[in-house]
Design a protein around this ligand. Sequence first.
Ligand code: ZN
Ligand code: ZN
Ligand code: FE
Length: 747
Amino acid sequence: MRLKLYVTGVVQGVGFRPFVYRLATELGLKGYVLNSETGVVIEVEGEKERLEEFLKRLQSEKPPASQIFSIDKKFLEEVGYSGFEIRKSEKKGEVKVAVLPDLSTCKECLSELFDPENRRYRYPFINCTNCGPRFTIILSLPYDRPNTTMKDFEMCEKCREEYENPLDRRFHAQPNACPVCGPHVWLVNGEGETVAERDKALKVLVEWLKEGKILAVKGLGGFHLICDATNEEAVAELRRRKRRQEKPFAVMFKDLEQVREFAEVSPLEEIALTSVESPIVILKQKEGNNLAPSVSPDTKTVGAFLPYMPLHHIILRGFGKPIVATSCNVTDEPIMFKNSEVKNVLGNLVDGALLHNREIARRCDDSVVKVMGGRVVPFRRSRGYAPLPVLLPFKLKRPVLALGPHMKVTVALGKGNRVYISQHIGDIDNLKAEEFFKETVKDLLNLFEIEPEVVVSDYHLGYFTTKFGREVFGERLIQVYHHHAHTISVMAENEVPLDKKVIAFSFDGTGYGTDGKIWGSEVLIAGYTEFERALHLKYFPLPGGDRAVKEPYRVAVSLLKAVGEKPEDYLKVEPEKLSFVSQMVDKGINSPLTSSMGRLFDGVSALLGIRYTVNYHAQGAILLEEISSTSKETGSYPFKMESGEIDWRETLLAVLSDIKKGAPLSDVGMKFHNTVVKMVLESARILREKTGIDTVALSGGVFQNKILTEKCLRELPSKGFKVLVHQVVPPNDGGLSLGQAVYGGLI
Ligand code: ZN
Ligand code: ZN
Ligand code: FE
């Protein structure tokens, strides 16, 4: 395989390239290292394990004077380098990265933090040029202290000396501070009274955690809700108060060793956990661990992450046990980031709050990744990544702003060969989310001072983002189809050349199609600026539209009726409900047609009795995947390909017959997964024959399914296909703005 890395940070003129050369040569890897305008580009080829070792040692053994701010990593196909070389840079000049993401606490700061002799002992805001807040404190550019939320803190003499000394680790560290001159924390109770300040506050907070209290803690990009992750009563109470029934909570662990006590950690997962971006990594729980069952009531996974700011380190060391650390918000609203917002929820949502007076310039949620197919796939690209640009292999013709779709929204701003992607905004389903979206658009335009010539939205006229685009940008607005945008995203991050086309599988829950129907299993022959819809799942009615997304038994009813079966024979749902939904399908009342792969997964999940209704997005499909993953089944079900349609009716009949025979759910589930893989293989084969294209691109939320993605990554290459998957932006709608931006910049 080939590993391609874009490294930003202080990596030029500090012996970084010779270090890379030595490391690569020692590991027997081939490729090159090159200085670029944003840092260093590295390509190495060799065995997968060696590449992972390279990635790990690149970070742990880097030259002392160098600093890594981010590493964009992609595993790609080999191109066959003959040796390793330091290439001549195309351009000279200073490395310029306009706005950096927030960086997790570095080793040096961490050891000072717990050194009783150090003047910053247990100071929750310790930082240096290698670590600390960036994106979340910047008010405007250039990045200088007066343009950050640190502007009101005057540095003391000692801090100023460090700041002005070129030999000091804190030379020009804009958020530099100490207990004498910098921000501080305080703790308030449920009545809003301050009970302790500074270090005392941190000690009382730990006592409160031990008592099972639920607390808000102001962090880097917003507030977390925290409590003891091993205390079932506390976690269950948090669910009740947050009105979040089953969606797993993220858990912060003291250190890597502690994560290992609770979950399985592969080498690549370790790299992800300990990376400077410090995302939440979705791991498999170990049997018999003592996490409270309510942390993730319906799955055996855990979203694990490590402390990424000094404040977290102090809390986790003091408490000793893992804590639940989930975004502090009221149902579906954006994460809270102001002290005043949290005052409103004291005494009801939380028993107390740890506040501080370093203002957060903008909200930024934690990022989420999952390792699959030997790659780190982002599920949410936010804190630690935003607002770093995605680098394109070509230049856009014009500056462009992309507004995203409706769910998991990010916005993007493109110019030249860069696309800056915002932090995660989320689903735009309420006024506060709309405000956050509007603020983020404004913010991005201000920060990068790019005036877009075109603005891109989805085709769905019901989306707030589309309406906003029309109202605000009028004539400048152009639209791109949802599944084409997914495809462009995965093409762009995989550096597909401008003139090339791919066979794209764009599988997700919902997207507006050219025929006005709800698409979601689109097989496209696509380039960056045009596509042809070659194949899709046979349409089926979606009784109740969006209601069917929350109540997948409705999908099951629709599927059953399509094959002439009686819903009541398979679904243990109240007869009145079943006949009501049946009638909707029969009479075509509020039952739009869809070709959604996500819904097909939901429907099968319901038929297997896994979920009739869901209480978080894609829950039915996620649980179907988890149950199936225990099966070793290699068989699959039949399906037909006819006149541009993948007909799933034979698949369904075979599923039903297995259910009637009493086959284990896991086996039926795995056979269903295998069938979808077969659908991909067969579609790709047919289309290669027709077009000669042998590159397959996989995008859309359905490819967050690990079984499906890994099997496609194994089987397509064995049939001679090149496979492109996401490693830079999410396969889900969070990655859509990249595709929209590239489209608008090229059309
Ligand atoms: Zn540091
Ligand atoms: Zn100071
Ligand atoms: Fe989508």
